[in-house]
Design a binder for this molecule. Structure first.
Ligand SMILES: Nc1ncnc2c1ncn2[C@@H]1O[C@H](COP(=O)(O)OP(=O)(O)OP(=O)(O)O)[C@@H](O)[C@H]1O
Length: 252
């Protein structure tokens, strides 16, 4: 009898020795990381640790100086359209056009990611319903509250059903009710096979929604591992150990 061993979920994201300088200084150095479909990875680090730079590179918005990034096994630095169709990105401040309304934003994002006609309308209506944006549908982005802008940014990142969702401090500006809704949305995306990477300053956010955690410090990966349920104290200890340890100056 042949025993069928279930395969691991496929690799969604792979970073190999990625580095990037900004304004003449090293922002991210020699970073290697991988993420499976359906996993949620939390990226921690103090201000300036390199989280946003890393996420911008993963989202295809910033090119690494060296190293490779693969999405679903394909090098997207050579094929930028893969990032456009396969990745959803919510930057730290959702980039919105103040003079476009909520529906116009979603339609523009869906078109940019290759959706057209009935498929576009179905995808847009589904995300409007999921994120309860109906009451805001015709509201201009310029008059939305911070939390509403964040929710629209999230909808724009999800409208095309990406295989990788990249969220830069997504809990900023959300009230506790919206934060709980965001957690369940992230878990729901992961259960459907989407890989999610999110940066945060809130350690409890990591223990609440992430399977894995990576801690960056001064641009370098200092810790990477699974998140143990209820192990908030251990993560906090590890975070402070890293954050409070001065690193020897490295070649800039
Ligand atoms: N647009 C930019 N131009 C020049 N340098 C930048 C730019 N953005 C970031 N940097 C520098 O790159 C380094 C990493 O910054 P990054 O924003 O990636 O860190 P971060 O961990 O996301 O910080 P925060 O938690 O404050 O958002 C810092 O030294 C920062 O000053």
């Amino acid at each position: 009898m042949t025993t069928i061993i279930p395969a691991d979920p496929p690799l969604a994201l792979q970073l190999d020795h990625v580095a990037r300088r900004r304004a003449g200084r090293v922002a991210v150095r020699d970073l290697s990381l991988s993420l499976l479909r359906g996993q949620v990875l939390g990226l921690l680090g103090v201000n300036g640790a390199g989280k946003s730079t890393t996420l911008s590179m993963i989202a295809g918005a910033l090119r690494p100086d060296t190293g490779a990034i693969k999405l679903n096994g394909e090098d997207f630095l050579e094929r930028p359209e893969l990032a456009r169709t396969g990745i959803g990105w919510l930057p730290e401040r959702a980039p919105l056009w103040p003079e476009l309304n909520v529906i116009e934003h979603l339609d523009a994002h869906a078109r940019l990611r290759g959706l057209r006609g009935a498929a576009l309308h179905a995808a847009r209506n589904a995300i409007v319903e999921r994120l309860e944006l109906q009451p805001l549908a015709r509201r201009l982005a310029g008059v939305l509250s911070q939390g509403q802008r964040q929710r629209l940014g999230l909808a724009c990142a999800l409208v095309h059903r990406p295989t990788l969702l990249v969220l830069d401090e997504p809990a900023n500006a959300l009230d506790p009710v919206q934060m709980a809704a965001l957690r369940s949305l992230i878990r729901e995306q992961a259960a459907a096979g989407t890989a999610v990477i999110l940066s945060t300053h809130v350690l409890s956010e990591v223990t609440a929604v992430c399977d894995r955690v990576a801690i960056l410090h001064e641009g370098a990966l200092q810790h990477e591992g699974m998140v143990e349920a209820g192990d908030h104290a251990a993560l906090e200890r590890r975070f402070f150990e890293i954050a409070m340890t001065p690193r020897p100056a490295q070649a800039a």
